[in-house]
Every structure is written in structure tokens, then in C-alpha cells.
Design a protein around this ligand. Structure first.
Ligand code: PMP
Length: 354
């Protein structure tokens, strides 16, 4: 039976990427060797790393604008502290929109003062705070573009004279934006870009070198930049699969092309959530995420029936995050519209039955 994978991450990737990636395990580039057994210093792999780095900048429209891309390890969670290690001299401003921002704030506090400019904790992170003030004496402003757990997404970003850092783990490459507003972007690969194991970091180089502290090599962006993302053995396979996914995205119209698809998918599902009396959305409408739609059953007595129905339809990964409960449909780039239609059909079938 065809599977419809709404997993929040790791998650669905394009089928053709899975095919090509599996072939490379057996025979990479017709070399007679697996990608898993070759040196990361071999020309074949250096070419992969360079293509992944340049495709990232190209797709984000950041080529020739003073940015460099890195593929690091340790997940987005390591970026919570690496950002502060490299950029926080005295004080930084953070917008708290959920679990991941909270964790980023906790790590930043090891390195200096953190000013929480606004928080939506007062309403269980169901909305994105707006109209907050960013002091001019901070070293940078940090925000999370998409809140994977609560299903909220920033639609607008503040204009700030200070460098802007953004955790885009769960919506990078999904919608058009002026990415040059940001000075540092990071994203774990395991949503819109590839498998778990590598993290994309895009840095405007001129923001570095402002802190006085000594930074250990593995934590130092400059060290990784000087070594073209090859300071130590990179996550070879994760970078390769990310590169294949970025090639797929480019071939399919880049971010503009995928944004159109993502809008269609989100509109289809949110229309059903709003029209079907058995369901209610979790996030405030104006702040809803196009990537992760969070919703609940109005009457929990229907849970067993609904859960059986969606599982029988081949749907996977619909349970909400353990901290929120309910349901979460993650509609990343590679999820076809057809899968969202299957979910919507199950939801309306439940209404007919109930
Ligand atoms: N930020 C966001 C927005 C996330 O969704 C996640 C993981 N789901 C993380 C950070 C943490 O990423 P990692 O597990 O790669 O450390």
C-alpha cells in the first residue's frame, strides 16, 4: 500500500533522491566503490561538498553577497551554542516562540546576557509575538522562522540594524524570502534538505571576529570556513543526499516552484480543519505554519476511530509532538498534494460517519 508520510523529521524526501542515494551506496559515480567507503578528501566527494554548498547559496539567492555555506555536525542544537560562542560579546536579543527558541536561549546564557524581546509562552506558543522592540546595543537578534512543534510560522521579520540570526530548521527552502535580511541562517538537514546528520549554516562572513574569547576549533565558524567545511570528516552520506535533494529542488523550479506547491497543500488541509466541525486548529490562524499543521479532535471519543482510519489509509507520522498532543501534519517539500488529499478525505469521511 502507498504510504503518505507526514512525519515531522526525519521525514519524506523525494523518491528519485532515495533511488539515486541507494545506487551510490552500491556504486558511486561508476567508480566501482560505495560512497560509504571512499575518502572524504577524494575529488568525487569534494565535488559533492562544493556542489551542496554552492547550490544552497544559489537557491537562497545569496550568491555573490558575502555569504558562505557550511555543512556541520551536531544538529541544529549545536548551533544554539555555536551561534552564541561566535557572536555573543555582551548581550543578545531572542524571540521566544517555542521549545526550540527556549533551548537556544538556554545555551546563549552560557555566553552572556540574553534579552527575551517577546514570548508567546503565555498562550502555549499558539501565536507569534509582533511589534516587539529590539534594543540597539545587542550583538544580534535570534528568531525561529517555523515552530515545528506548535505549528506556527513567522510571516514577517523585523528590520533590525543588528545582525539577524535565524533557526530555519523546519522551513528552509520552502518559501520565498529576502534571505539577505539574515546574517546567519542554520537548519538541521532532516526536514526539507536531507537525512539527519548534517546541519546547513549560511553565514555572512563580515559578522565574525567580533568576540574576544578564544573559541575551540570545532566550535569556530572561521575554522570551518577556512577549511571549506572539511576541517574534520564531514557527514559524507548526509551531505551527499542533501546535495541530491537540492538538485531536485533546483530542477523543480527552486524555492518559487515549491512554494506554490506548499501553499496548495497547506490551503487544502487548513480549509478542511476550518470547515469540518470535528476538528479545531491549534495555532492562531494568521500565524499558521505551511509546513506543520497542528490540530485536535473537538471530541476525543472519536480518537480511536480516527486513528484507525488514517492508519488504514496508509498515513504515517500524524501524531502531535508528545508535549502538545493532538495531531500534526508535516507537509515538507517532498510531500505530494495527493497525500494531503488522502488525509482530507479521511477527515471528511469521519464527519460523514460521526
Ligand atoms: N530547531 C527546530 C526549529 C527544530 O524543529 C529542531 C528539530 N526538530 C531543532 C531545532 C533541533 O534540531 P536537531 O535535532 O538537529 O538538533
Amino acid at each position: 500500500m502507498k504510504k503518505h508520510n507526514f512525519s515531522a523529521g526525519p521525514c519524506i524526501l523525494p523518491q528519485e533522491v532515495f533511488q539515486e542515494a541507494s545506487q551510490a551506496i552500491v556504486d558511486f559515480n561508476n567508480s566501482g566503490l560505495s560512497i560509504l567507503e571512499i575518502s572524504h578528501r577524494s575529488k568525487d566527494f569534494v565535488d559533492v561538498m562544493e556542489e551542496a554548498r554552492s547550490l544552497s547559496l544559489e537557491l537562497l539567492g545569496l550568491e555573490g553577497k558575502g555569504y558562505k555555506a557550511l555543512f556541520l555536525q551536531g544538529g541544529a542544537s549545536t548551533q544554539f551554542l555555536m551561534v552564541a560562542y561566535n557572536l555573543l560579546k555582551n548581550k543578545a536579543a531572542y524571540l521566544n516562540t517555542g521549545t526550540w527558541s527556549t533551548k537556544a536561549i538556554k545555551e546563549a546564557k552560557f555566553f552572556g546576557e540574553v534579552k527575551e524581546v517577546a514570548s508567546s509562552a503565555d498562550q502555549d506558543f499558539k501565536y507569534i509575538p509582533k511589534g516587539f522592540f529590539i534594543p540597539s546595543d545587542v550583538d544580534y537578534f535570534h528568531c525561529t522562522s517555523n515552530n515545528t512543534i506548535y505549528g506556527t510560522q513567522m510571516k514577517e521579520f523585523p528590520n533590525t540594524p543588528r545582525p539577524m540570526v535565524c533557526d530555519m530548521s523546519s522551513d528552509i527552502f520552502s518559501r520565498q524570502m529576502d534571505f539577505s535580511k539574515f546574517d546567519l541562517i542554520y537548519a538541521g538537514a532532516q526536514k526539507n534538505m536531507g537525512p539527519a546528520g548534517t546541519t546547513l549554516v549560511v553565514i555572512k562572513e563580515d559578522i565574525l571576529g567580533k568576540v574576544d574569547r578564544s573559541v575551540p576549533s570545532m566550535m569556530d565558524y572561521k575554522v570551518h570556513l577556512n577549511k571549506a567545511s572539511m576541517f574534520n570528516t564531514p557527514a559524507v552520506y548526509a551531505v551527499y543526499v542533501s546535495m541530491l535533494t537540492l538538485r531536485w529542488l533546483k530542477k523543480n523550479g527552486g524555492i518559487a516552484g515549491i512554494e506554490e506547491q506548499n501553499e496548495k497543500k497547506a490551503n487544502l488541509l487548513y480549509s478542511e480543519i476550518d470547515i469540518n466541525p470535528l476538528f479545531e486548529g491549534y495555532a492562531k490562524k494568521e500565524d499558521r505554519s505551511q509546513m506543520n499543521a497542528t490540530f485536535n479532535l473537538v471530541n476525543d471519543d472519536l480518537k480511536e476511530t480516527f486513528d484507525t482510519m488514517w492508519k488504514e489509509a496508509g498515513i504515517n507520522g500524524l501524531n502531535g509532538h508528545r508535549s502538545v498532543g493532538g495531531y500534526r501534519a508535516s507537509m515538507y517539500n517532498a510531500l505530494p498534494l495527493e497525500s494531503v488529499q488522502v488525509l482530507v478525505d479521511v477527515m471528511s469521511e469521519l464527519e460523514r460517519k460521526a
